[in-house]
Design a protein around this ligand. Structure first.
Ligand code: SF4
Length: 385
């Protein structure tokens, strides 16, 4: 920072890699008027904290949405000043920020009396985030991805969410959320043996269609790579707009080390083959591969991004958070500049391969909801929404 004028995307990158501290008066109204943090999938904060009512994300003056990552050692601080919220860096004013309004459906209940805020949550302003099961079978054998904390988060945050959800609960919540603020959805969960993960995903999509009354779901289903072609057809036929099979790491040796479960059970070659096949079946630009960037050299990720884009698969990345309960808890992510450079090069690759407008053809993510990535902000910067 150092007094230098910075723009929103740079500030967002700094906030994601450094986190933020919060002063108590600043969080007044969170959980009532403003949307609270609910650990729908992972703990993205840098440290454990009481399940109090801290916000999930916040808005910069130009509308950029930033995931809130609590970190008591951060140089950034959010404090209240009369009716406004101020973001400070090392005690110096940077900008005003705003918490996001709490969705109305958070106060509703499903037919069986479950609070909808525990079933599916809103990321940013308009993305319904659905984790159909807060569990992953790789934790059973110690083969979980080394950056992942899905199971520790569930154990630590007991009661935050319903971890084993009935599809009826999800369908009813989706119906209420789409009538309220949701414009699109993301569906995911951990790996389950014997193809159960994909079956569960499709049953969830069917329940959403039943309760929202459509034949399609404007969202993205993120699953493990299917091992049978028939599963890709089943996902394609389900009516979901976008598919994603997150490889996480491109470098073959690091993939084995960082994602031992994915590597042993499915393997990199089958993963890549499924991505390419899915792009042929579901459509070029309608299949994504997510990566946790910051754990392998930038060049390695970009090499993978180039390869995948050439096959019609959209490479996407997340700004890594060394969250509590993961094997990498307490480590330090690369700098904001590292992520900004990577994002510029990633979006260049999308544009080279005609994937830069994939949001327009498959309206599943936008800068208003991708609070933990930078690529939609970069797209917005280039194309002014
Ligand atoms: S597959 Fe990896 S990232 Fe996904 S839930 Fe399991 S351990 Fe976590």
């Amino acid at each position: 920072m150092n007094g230098k004028e910075i723009d929103a995307i740079e500030l967002k990158a700094e906030l994601l890699v450094n986190g933020v501290t919060l002063e108590d008066p600043a969080i007044k109204g969170v959980g009532k008027k403003y949307k609270e943090q609910i650990h729908w999938l992972f703990e993205w904060d840098f440290e454990r904290h009481d399940t109090g009512k801290i916000p999930d994300d916040f808005e910069l003056p130009d509308g950029t949405i930033v995931q809130l990552r609590k970190h008591s050692k951060s140089p950034f601080d959010i404090k209240a000043n009369k009716d406004a919220l101020e973001l400070l860096h090392e005690g110096k004013f940077v900008t005003e920020v705003k918490w996001l309004p709490r969705p109305e459906y958070y106060s509703d209940k499903t037919d069986d009396g479950t609070s909808m805020s525990k079933v599916a949550q809103i990321r940013g302003t308009d993305c319904l985030s659905i984790c159909y099961m807060n569990y992953c079978g790789y934790f059973k054998t110690g083969d979980q991805c080394r950056f992942c904390n899905i199971v520790p988060t569930k154990m630590e945050k007991k009661g935050d969410v319903v971890s084993h959800k009935y599809v009826e609960q999800i369908g009813q919540t989706a119906s209420a959320a789409f009538k309220d603020v949701a414009k699109h959805a993301v569906l995911t969960g951990g790996w389950l043996p014997d193809g159960k993960e994909i079956i569960q995903c499709i049953e969830t999509i069917n329940a959403i269609k039943k309760y929202t009354g459509g034949n399609n779901v404007p969202g993205c289903a993120i699953t493990s790579a299917p091992v049978n072609e028939s599963e890709i057809h089943d996902l394609h036929d389900s009516g979901i707009a976008l598919l994603a099979f997150d490889l996480e790491i491109w470098d073959p040796k690091l993939f084995k080390e960082i994602c031992p479960g994915k590597s042993k059970v499915i393997g990199r070659e089958k993963w890549l083959a499924a991505l390419v096949q899915a792009a042929e079946i579901h459509g070029q630009g309608k299949v994504a591969a997510g990566f946790v960037t910051g754990l392998e050299p930038k060049e390695s990720f970009l090499e993978g991004a180039q390869y995948l884009a050439g096959k019609g698969v959209v490479p996407i990345n997340f700004v890594w958070s060394p969250g509590p309960g993961s094997a990498y808890e307490g480590q330090k992510p690369p700098s904001a500049q590292w992520y900004l450079d990577l994002t510029t090069k990633l979006v260049d690759i999308w544009e080279d391969y005609g994937l830069g407008s994939y949001n327009a053809s498959a309206p599943v993510w936008c800068y208003k909801c991708t609070n933990n990535t930078l690529y939609n902000d970069e797209l917005r910067r280039r194309h002014s929404e």
